[in-house]
Design a protein around this ligand. Structure first.
Ligand code: SAM
Length: 269
């Protein structure tokens, strides 16, 4: 066994131990619960743009993107553009790596890979800052509701020319909205890739933790994930659909601190 294999095995064994540690899992969830009222997720930025995520989830995205090498990332929920810029920067690095392997020069005006962001309200100041950012060549933005029929059609049309697609859902976190987004966009995820559903943690928080928001315990992204997976397995049994996702529990075991428990969905068929 090589030294690299030995190290990888040690890491996998550590993660498996974490997966069995109820104490560590509880501490992770407790941290998210206790930090949420401070809007901890607002504390960070990516290449200068505010990003509304926990650093552990950002790292998970980097690992997924490096391992898949997608050419399109579709994300709902742009806000200040931090996650768009982050994902664009990962794709730019992949373009750079491809060019380095082939000893080619990169033309920043012709990116191979793209991030498509969808938001119902792209504020003018955010749009200006995103468009002025050096990563903007890797970015396309569509304004409108992610579950609007015309928007869904437009996104499917855009996705046609790409080979490896990752989806991230981070817009309105109600059950009905996320379920509709999953139905609209999860089928675009290519086999082996992921649909990452953010803010499933709402289900693990106390009732009425977000009094000014339409989502709550019992009505959120996690209940939508469960319903979507249940619907898919019914369709499979009736031979109506072959599409299959599974929750990648290893990701949340390694993160411990995540807003997306049960939200890292891997397409397995
Ligand atoms: C949590 S923020 C997104 C944060 C961003 N992904 C990040 O990590 O920096 C949620 C965004 O979803 C958008 N949104 C709310 N309802 C929406 C809808 N129906 N369709 C698309 N976007 C929506 C809001 O305008 C807001 O900008």
């Amino acid at each position: 066994m090589t030294e690299i294999e030995k190290f990888n095995n040690e890491v996998q064994a550590n993660i498996a131990r974490l997966n069995h540690s109820m104490e560590m899992k509880k501490m992770g969830i407790d941290f998210v619960k206790s930090s949420a009222p401070y809007k901890y997720s607002y504390n960070f930025s990516w290449l200068g743009r505010p990003i509304i995520q926990y650093p552990q989830d950002m790292t998970a995205m980097q690992e997924i993107i490096w391992s898949l090498q997608p050419d399109l990332i579709i994300e709902t929920g742009i806000a200040h553009g931090g996650s768009l810029i982050m994902n664009a920067s990962f794709l730019a690095m992949l373009d750079y790596c491809d060019a380095a392997k082939l000893n080619q020069v990169i033309d920043p005006n012709k990116p191979k890979r793209k991030v498509l962001g969808i938001d119902i309200d792209i504020r003018a100041h955010n749009r200006t800052a995103i468009e002025a950012h050096p990563m903007s060549n890797h970015i396309e933005m569509f304004q409108g509701s992610s579950i609007d029929a015309d928007m869904i059609k437009k996104v499917h049309e855009y996705a046609k020319d790409f080979n490896c697609i990752l989806v991230a859902l981070d817009s309105n976190h109600t059950h009905a909205h996320v379920l509709a987004e999953l139905e609209a966009y999860a089928p675009l995820v290519t086999k082996g890739s992921y649909c990452v559903v953010f803010d499933t943690i709402i289900e693990d928080m106390a009732e009425n933790s977000f009094p000014d928001r339409p989502w709550d315990k019992g009505n959120n992204a996690k209940t939508a994930v469960w319903k979507y997976l249940e619907n898919l397995s019914k369709k499979q049994k009736d031979n109506k659909d072959t599409l299959q996702f599974e929750i990648d529990a290893a990701i949340e075991s390694k993160l411990l601190i995540t807003v997306a428990p049960d939200g890292y969905l891997k397409r397995i068929n």
